[in-house]
Design a protein around this ligand. Sequence first.
Ligand SMILES: [Zn+2]
Length: 219
Amino acid sequence: MVKLNIVEEDEKSIKVELEGLPLAVANTLRRFVINEVPTMAIEEILIIENTSAMPNEVLAHRLSLIPFISDIDRYVAPEECDCGSKLGCEKCVVRYVVRAEAVDEPVTVYSKDIIPEDPSITVKPVSPKIPIVKLAPNQRIEIELYVRVGKGRKHAKWQAAISSLYEKDGEPGKRILFIESIGSLPPRRILKEAVNIFKKKVQELNEKILSDIGGLRDG
Ligand SMILES: [Zn+2]
């Protein structure tokens, strides 16, 4: 009997006890948590103006690593969207702008200054206080950002969580899967997504095997 028990849970992390699950299978589940659970992150950055001391590449890199509170029920990955457009549509891209200027005093630009084009958008940086760049007087930046759904497999910036797997002390066959969310999705949702992805893969494999056997019979 396979058992999955949540033994600890808070806003950031979850601990699940796995029983009767082979190590390879438990490890696959852990890898799905890291690589396959979709989240949202900045995929494209258009620097329109940057007179700060920070080079464009550094600025773009800093921005791209900011985790976003993700809505994977509303948005889909561009490759899964039916719009087929490179620019994307309201289901596969969210647009933001960062506009800031220092006049007399230096100004620090924070993640809270990443403003969605549509004010009703709930997808936003996990924290408003992540510093991005400092502007000295007379410096200014104007940047457009495109946030999309992706997976850790494609780039670490989409990774939903860090996760580890270990055997429970003195209880062979029982393992603990620990999941700590980066902040884009609640830990329980990450677990649920990973389990669903697992189910889907097993189902696909099943269908493949059945059709291969069918093919063998017909041939
Ligand atoms: Zn689309």
